[in-house]
Design a protein around this ligand. Structure first.
Ligand code: C2E
Ligand code: CA
Ligand code: CA
Ligand code: CA
Length: 275
């Protein structure tokens, strides 16, 4: 047992120690990866539910690790948020997505995910404007996706940041809609351009009547509020047919395409447009 400095004794926990060690080494590895830019963006198409045309792509970060291969964001974004490394990483994602999208056909927009920590940075609007200027991407081709976690912070500050971003011409999407505690009240208070219906509502479509009713209701409500509605996580032809018939604007999911490296994404766009 070791003294913990407060006069009590705690048994040494080898499991805990191993976890702390693993976390420290992952953090050091992530720090290194950011300096050598060991990341890449994959792009998942969003298609117009009526025409099937590709209208946008969501940028999804991956870590090309020298030993571990392609590491998904769930394995490093949380740590990046806790350690503040999300600042430089998020900056890289934003700049890279804007630079790449500036070379795409001009009707295709790009969506970038922002974490709560990035959103709390008062310089966010300036960072976004700088990325647009440096890349030459028109502001109306950039969408920023935020989750409810962003909105839990200081409300006035959040509203000010959202307003500045929209004044710059960028659009804002509420991601993972329906999974939080108070999604509905946020819609009234914050200016969103788009709602992304979380894939948990899609999983049991079209067979489950409750899921079907919820998806239809969100689509109707969003339309009444003047927001564009994207349904995420559409994996099957049946789910695609159901969501398109429910009147949503855009569909995203494995049924259309998995996230792809940029070159493959652009080939996918070419093949679709030629068809
Ligand atoms: P998200 O923003 O909700 O992104 C959608 C996730 O769902 C992606 O996982 C995508 O590959 C996956 N997905 C898309 N279609 C389907 C489908 O039909 N079925 C299923 N089962 N999954 C589908 P991914 O790429 O692993 O990203 C996971 C999360 O990591 C994202 O969730 C987002 O929250 C976060 N993330 C990814 N890239 C970034 C980034 O650059 N910055 C920040 N802050 N977070 C990011
Ligand atoms: Ca997203
Ligand atoms: Ca989502
Ligand atoms: Ca999610």
């Amino acid at each position: 047992a070791k003294a913990d400095g407060k006069g009590t004794f705690r048994r040494f926990d080898p499991m805990l120690d191993a976890r702390v060690q693993a976390r420290r080494s992952l953090e050091a590895d992530l720090r290194r990866a950011i300096t050598v830019q060991e990341f890449e963006l994959h792009y998942q198409p969003l298609v117009d539910a009526r025409t099937g045309r590709i209208t946008a792509a969501e940028a999804l970060v991956r870590w090309r690790h020298p030993e571990r291969g392609l590491v998904p964001p769930a394995d490093f974004i949380p740590l990046a948020e806790e350690t503040g490394l999300i600042g430089p990483l998020g900056q890289w994602v934003l700049r890279t997505a804007c630079t790449q999208a500036a070379r795409w056909p001009s009707h295709i927009r790009v969506a970038v995910n922002l974490s709560p920590a990035q959103f709390r940075d008062l310089r966010l609007a300036e960072t976004v404007k700088a990325a647009l200027t440096a890349s030459g991407l028109a502001a109306d081709r950039l969408e920023l996706e935020i989750t409810e976690g962003v909105l839990l912070a200081d409300e006035e500050r959040t509203l000010a940041t959202l307003t500045r971003l929209r004044a710059a011409g960028v659009s804002i999407s509420m991601d993972d809609f329906g999974t939080g505690y108070s999604s509905l009240s946020y819609l009234r208070r914050f200016p969103f351009d788009k709602i992304k219906v979380d894939r948990s509502f899609v999983r049991q479509l079209p067979g489950d009547p409750e899921s079907a009713a919820i998806v239809r209701a969100i689509i109707t409500m969003g339309a009444c509020l003047g927001m564009t509605i994207t349904v995420e996580g559409v994996e099957t032809a049946e789910q695609f047919a159901f969501t398109a018939a429910s009147g949503c604007d855009q569909v995203q999911g494995y049924h259309v395409s998995r996230p792809l490296p940029e070159a493959e994404f652009l080939s996918f766009v070419d093949a679709r447009e030629a068809a």
